[in-house]
Design a protein around this ligand. Sequence first.
Ligand SMILES: [Zn+2]
Length: 323
Amino acid sequence: MMSKMRFVDLHCDTVACEVYRSCGKKNLRSNDCHLDLLRMREGGSLLQCFALYIPTPAHDAATGEEIGPWEYFEKTADCFDAEMAKNADLITQVRCYADIEKNIAEGKMSAMLTVEDGVPLEGKLERLDAMYARGVRLITLTWNHENSLGFPNKTAPDKGLKPFGIEALARMNELGIIADSSHMSDAGFWDLVKYSKKPFVASHSDAKALCNIYRNLTDDMLRALASKGGVTGLNFEADFLVEGAKYTRVEDLVRHARHIADVAGVETVALGSDFDGISSTLEFKDCAGLPMLEEGLNKAFTAREVDLITHGNALRVIKDCIG
Ligand SMILES: [Zn+2]
């Protein structure tokens, strides 16, 4: 039976890391990964952000050749478009908030195209417009490598946005592309606080006070994110929740949600599963298991607050930013 559509997930890697790389062996409708469309529907998905993860240097799945990151973006975006065309009975790509409302009214799930790692921009502002035209509505500014926008937290936490990064952010604010600080340097995060004219997100990061790894946010960062009207998406990776853990437990995700809510307000908590980008096994298995996470949240939050965490907060930011 189809359950009520209520989960908004700010990040998964399924399209580029599984479907594209399998060279036609895996599809988005039904597969053996963390996430597919049939299980999303079963679990109660309302909107899924599909990230095109762009490796540095880009490496084409079909040919094994190294190709430019822009070409890699175009190929993975073609893969996303083909999956959307084949599955229009279940899901439709959204380009503005009204598209989401239309899908809800028609009982269809929504797909938002995102890019993980701004490396395809290569210092060219006009490429942002080209990405926007293809429907990209969120860009994770860096992954774990330096690019034309800035630096990763893994190796250069103290280096901020580059001048092109600041310029690109302004253009993203104008166009309606959400800036995402996950993976980016701490100094880059603070530059987003300083320069972004719109709310921004950490699409898949947890609380550093509970698990001290470079991918998580300090309490000061969580408060700053809240002051900008942004959210952080709870990442389901076990060792982002508990140092050294390999198994993702609902109670650990709820503990992070509770901490973020206590420090920065419940309006700052969202979901950013990182499905098909994470290596841990999960207590609730896959995207069809999200109602089990919701049950856990119900024990620590009011019904209104659970609605904010599962979809309300993320939809607010999407509406504020993409228009
Ligand atoms: Zn990531």
